[in-house]
Design a protein around this ligand. Structure first.
Ligand code: SAH
Length: 345
């Protein structure tokens, strides 16, 4: 039932010959109060609860394991209804939390520096499965139905390429945004893509639109082709044109993620190429130290190299941030999500 819009839930209840206000009560219980078992919804009649319990479930997503990092990050290994596994990562901060969620079981893009790419694609996730990660993570951290003490940000930077599961992802964004439900504003949801160019144009036309981040990591086609097979299909000129035409709010900037790979893409020359490439776009850059894994043939650029790289961007007036790796000790950092059953294994 998690994953149904208010209207879909009303239609479902009409088929059961139940009153529309019951559908509203159920929607509120699931999406706003984050109750995951019908029997705990004591505002619904017992008979209705047992009918629902016989026919369906709130969500079939369940927690397989929780790994907690020394920095407070938690990695949740989740099992979906068909026993496929995905991961979500909870990152607490002083005045907000960020939940990193997955959009596909595995990923078809096979980027050479990312562990999820090693898995290949198993299947797309449904809108309900995508949203269930947020409900289950908040319940795990704060308790079922307890309001978080501060804002929740969502980043679609877990397993999968969100723009290759477009309809389910957009439905999930609308469900998250619903004020009668979780109430997470699309301004606080960031969708990250490796560059599925036609879907960037579709996204630009959406009414409820998350923030967009582009995983760039290479400023030339020659280098990007080596790291991102998808770049052969949608080369940089097309990607940059799609970004240039993407509508931005008043002070909004498009985020470009740049994974810092030792001796691969971290030279001063690359920094200057990056500045030139992004010059037509109101942008900011997130420099992400590479998170290693035994299966991946890369190392992170040393911090002094990252700082020198950043200095070139700064001097050219291109804002950038160095992202602090979180949860590396439990394989929860960017690019490390591969549904591992043990931390770091
Ligand atoms: N498919 C989407 C979302 C998942 S990846 C995308 O490509 O954007 C989320 C972010 O993690 C991307 O910016 C990606 O470049 C980054 N990433 C992947 N592997 C990484 C690694 N090993 N170390 C650091 N960042 C990595």
């Amino acid at each position: 039932m998690l994953g149904l819009s208010q209207n879909e839930l009303r239609d479902y209840f009409a088929e059961l010959d139940e009153k529309p206000y019951r559908a509203r009560q159920l929607y509120d219980a699931i999406n706003r109060r984050r109750i995951t078992v019908f029997d705990a919804m004591t505002d619904l009649p017992k008979t209705l609860r047992s009918i629902l319990g016989d026919r369906t479930s709130v969500t079939r997503t369940r927690i397989e394991s929780v790994f907690t990092s020394s920095d407070g990050t938690r990695r949740l290994l989740l099992k979906l209804g068909d026993d496929s596994e995905v991961e979500s990562v909870f990152m607490p901060e002083a005045h907000r939390d960020t939940i990193c969620i997955s959009s596909q079981v595995g990923c078809p893009l096979a980027c050479s520096f990312c562990m999820t790419g090693v898995l290949g694609l198993k299947r797309n996730m449904t809108a309900g499965e995508i949203v269930s990660q947020v409900v289950i993570t908040l319940n795990q951290v704060y308790g079922e139905g307890v309001q978080p003490p501060h804002r929740t940000n969502i980043v679609m930077m877990g397993m999968g390429e969100p723009l290759l599961n477009y309809d389910a992802v957009m439905k999930a964004v609308r469900l998250l945004a619903d004020q009668g439900g979780l109430g997470i504003s699309p301004r606080h949801v960031t969708l990250s893509t490796a560059g599925v160019v036609p879907r960037i144009y579709d996204l630009a036309k959406e009414e409820v639109r998350p923030r967009l981040a582009i995983s760039l990591t290479a400023p030339t086609d020659e280098l990007r082709n080596q790291l991102f097979p998808i770049n052969r299909k949608y080369p940089l000129a097309n990607l940059i044109e799609a970004c240039r035409s993407y509508p931005l709010g008043d002070r909004e900037r498009l985020t470009f993620e740049y994974v810092m790979l030792d001796k691969i893409n971290d030279s001063d020359l690359r920094a200057r190429e990056l500045v030139r490439l992004l010059s037509p776009i109101r942008s900011k850059v997130n420099l992400i130290p590479h998170n290693p894994a035994p299966e991946l043939p890369y190392a992170s650029s040393p911090m002094d190299r990252i700082v020198a790289f950043q200095k070139i961007l700064t001097e050219a007036g291109l804002p950038s941030f160095i992202r602090r790796p979180r949860g590396r000790d439990i394989s929860a950092a960017c690019g490390q999500l591969a549904a591992r059953h043990q931390a770091g294994a």
